[in-house]
Design a protein around this ligand. Structure first.
Ligand code: PLP
Length: 401
């Protein structure tokens, strides 16, 4: 008998499990709207041209070797990543008060940040929005932080529960960590306006809460890298401290390369360099040092003004296709006369639409129409195309009537 015979089977991940179920469905009409990855109009994964070119350049460079890179990752990559999120003229960068560490995509950056906070920050409570990306509570719990929720989404308006948010953060203990989605909140697609961000900033600073930004969609939401970094930059502009987890999964399409960065913005360069030395102690026993390939692609693109420019064009192309899918889905529901107000589809931003469909309706759409999505009614707009909109509309119509 196995020494592991007492191990019970774990459930599939609620998000990744959607794709497992999709793969097992033999129907030719099946549609996967669960996956948080970009698809072309033809429903295919996309490798950006500029990424192919950067890879070609790397492959053709005989001086490149496979040596270990430093614990903190590639220095160029780190510098350019901080510049990308904070802006080229950021005083925090000029004053060398940002510690940036290359990490394993967004998830790894969140985890390393959380482990650092658990060890070196006086407050271990972290407030995360309700709802949020399903992995957030798991990442922070495992790092030893205590997770609490702040109100975020109001199902009755399908918009932001701004009053609830202010009340809950206003009642948070002093110093508490606050997880903020930098843009394109997942799963709701609901972001604060810039006036609301300003009020959130004032509240957070007045209570000495510590902001931890999750930036998984910079440029992917609006099509503009600067617009999508607005929230983060206003918090850095006030001179205060914060953490930022950056992912290149969506905006460069580097999902499986696992490339991201953790930046910790500090009050002084002295603090930042000490902080960086301690973050390295978090990384060393976890995975020693990060992989080279993905970060080299990113650094190659960010370093070259030509490639950078080409990237912004391809990035905008992806964002625009998603925005156009919102419009097409909304118009098709209107044309069909599907009951209900569907204007939230065009008001929400980013990869996902939080449809408002309930668990039973989602199960019905999967069973009768072979449409796969998370049970909270979240659909990936990136998984939709002009050809599949009508199938989705049929399914939604049948589910709500
Ligand atoms: N944070 C949010 C809000 C996300 O939606 C995602 C990906 O879906 C991530 C972080 C992390 O993704 P990755 O680890 O692939 O960069």
């Amino acid at each position: 008998e196995s020494v592991f015979s007492n191990v019970v089977r774990a459930p599939e991940d609620p998000i990744l499990g959607v794709t497992v179920a999709y793969n097992n469905d033999p129907s030719p009409a099946k549609l996967n709207l669960g996956v948080g990855a970009y698809r072309t109009e033809e429903g295919k994964p996309l490798v950006l041209d500029v990424v192919r070119r950067a890879e070609q350049q790397l492959v053709n460079d005989p001086s490149r070797v496979k040596e270990y890179i430093p614990i903190a990752g590639l220095a160029d990559f780190n510098k350019l990543s901080a510049k990308l999120i904070l802006g080229a003229d950021s005083p925090a960068i000029q004053e060398s008060r940002v510690a940036t560490i290359q990490c394993l995509s967004g998830t790894g950056s969140l985890r390393v940040g959380a482990e650092f906070l658990k060890k070196h920050y006086h407050q271990s409570v972290i407030f995360i929005p309700k709802p949020t990306w399903g992995n957030h509570p798991k990442v922070f719990n495992l790092a030893g932080l205590s997770v609490e929720y702040y109100r975020y989404y109001d199902p009755s308006t399908r918009g932001l529960d701004f009053q609830g948010l202010l009340e809950d953060l206003g009642a948070a203990p002093s110093g508490a960590i606050v997880l903020l989605h930098a843009c394109a909140h997942n799963p709701t697609g609901v972001d604060p306006t810039s006036e609301q961000w300003e009020q959130i900033r004032q509240l957070i600073r007045s209570k000495s809460l510590l902001p931890f930004f999750d930036s998984a969609y910079q440029g992917f939401a609006s099509g503009s890298l600067d617009t999508d970094a607005h929230s983060v930059r206003t918090f850095v502009a006030d001179g205060g401290e914060c953490l930022i987890a950056q992912s290149y999964a969506k905006n460069m399409g580097l999902y499986g390369e696992r490339v991201g960065a953790l930046s910790i913005v500090c009050k002084s360069s002295d603090v930042a360099s000490k902080v960086e030395s301690q973050v390295k102690l978090v990384v060393r026993p976890m995975y020693s040092s990060p992989p080279i390939h993905g970060a080299s692609i990113v650094a190659t693109i960010l370093k070259s003004s030509d490639m950078y420019n080409d990237w912004t064009i391809e990035l905008k192309g992806m964002a625009d296709r998603i925005i156009s899918m919102r419009q097409q889905l909304f118009e098709a529901l209107q044309a069909k006369g599907t009951p209900g107000d569907w204007s939230h589809i065009i008001k929400q931003i980013g990869m996902f639409t939080f449809t408002g469909l309930n668990k039973e309706q989602v199960a019905f759409m999967t069973k009768e129409f072979h449409i796969y999505m998370t049970s909270d009614g979240r659909i990936s707009m990136a998984g939709l195309s002009s050809k599949t909109v009508s199938h989705l509309v049929e399914a939604i119509h049948a589910a709500v009537t």
